[in-house]
Design a protein around this ligand. Structure first.
Ligand SMILES: O=C(O)C(=O)C[C@H](O)C(=O)CO
Ligand SMILES: [Zn+2]
Length: 278
């Protein structure tokens, strides 16, 4: 079964009037993993789609949804997949890719059939991002050994973390999609601090591997007008291009970042010094 919902893009001026419920309705994406279903949220931030796929008793085919008005999901889109559960399989036009936890697959525009299944002995959980694409690039699996790894942060700032670039232009050719995975080391809780914005690209964060009973306060908004959203394990949050995206957990955790927009330059960021945030 495929379930889908829609989010409009909003102006930073509107954010000033939002209460907790409005914020959560506009930006938080929950219920990503539902047994034997594909859960999709189509946003008007660069027409970026965020989704979760949990095949338990059956294989699940990525079907088109009415917002696309296309015969197949990938007729005018590209797709990034990262498995955050047990071993799983993705079959793209008859070719099978086995994805272990934290492995990624880029699927190029024009592929017709993408089918997700769980391999024996685990429960695969596929987190997906998709953006419009004008050109077909080859489908490519990206394992941890292929990742471009960057050590970030310091213990004394509680932000020591390992950033794994997976679907980025030094590793995979894409039209506008970029995805990767950042792991906070034990005792470290702050991600993306110093915070930044990138007016050229929107971004979505998906938090996972958070210990039961813990939470993450995700910060968003213009750097001098921020709001927070308390997030639970396996939830995603949309970040408009004008918004910071940073979080502090009550323990460590991992998260997947995905972006689309004007450029493929990961380092194109406008940094916000911590002591200037409001
Ligand atoms: O830990 C971090 O810092 C990140 O993972 C930052 C994201 O990659 C990002 O926001 C890229 O624009
Ligand atoms: Zn960013």
């Amino acid at each position: 079964m495929t379930n889908y919902s829609f989010r409009y893009a909003i102006s930073p001026k509107d954010l000033k009037r939002y209460d907790t419920i409005d914020l959560r309705n506009e930006f938080l994406v929950h219920d990503l993993f539902v047994k034997d279903s594909i859960q999709l949220t189509y946003s008007m931030y660069d027409r970026f789609i965020v989704g979760g796929i949990m095949p338990v008793d059956q294989s699940l085919k990525l079907e088109t949804i009415p917002y696309l008005k296309s015969e197949n999901f990938l007729d005018r889109r590209e797709l990034g997949i990262i498995n955050v559960g047990g071993k799983g399989k993705v079959t793209v036009d008859g070719i099978e890719y086995v994805l272990n936890k934290k492995e990624a697959l880029y699927v190029g525009q024009g592929c017709k059939e993408v089918v997700f299944s769980t391999a024996k002995g685990g429960q695969a959980l596929f987190y997906i991002n998709s953006a419009p694409a004008h050109k077909k690039f080859p489908t490519k699996q990206v394992s941890q050994k292929d990742a471009e790894i960057i050590q970030l942060g310091e213990e004394k700032y509680a932000n020591k973390r390992v950033l794994n670039k997976l679907i980025v232009n030094s590793i995979v050719e894409t039209c506008q999609l970029q995805m990767g995975l950042t792991e906070l080391l034990p005792g470290n809780v702050w991600n993306t601090m110093p915070a930044h914005t990138h007016n050229r690209r929107m971004e979505a964060y998906f938090y996972f591997d958070l210990e039961a009973g813990q939470t993450i306060s995700h910060f968003m908004g213009e750097p001098q007008n921020t709001r927070h959203i308390f997030m639970q394990n396996n939830q995603a949050v949309l970040s408009p291009e004008w918004s910071i995206h940073s979080g502090a957990g009550t323990s460590n955790y991992s998260f997947i970042w995905g972006m689309a927009g004007e450029n493929l330059d990961y380092s194109d960021m406008d940094i916000c010094p911590p002591n200037e945030l409001k």
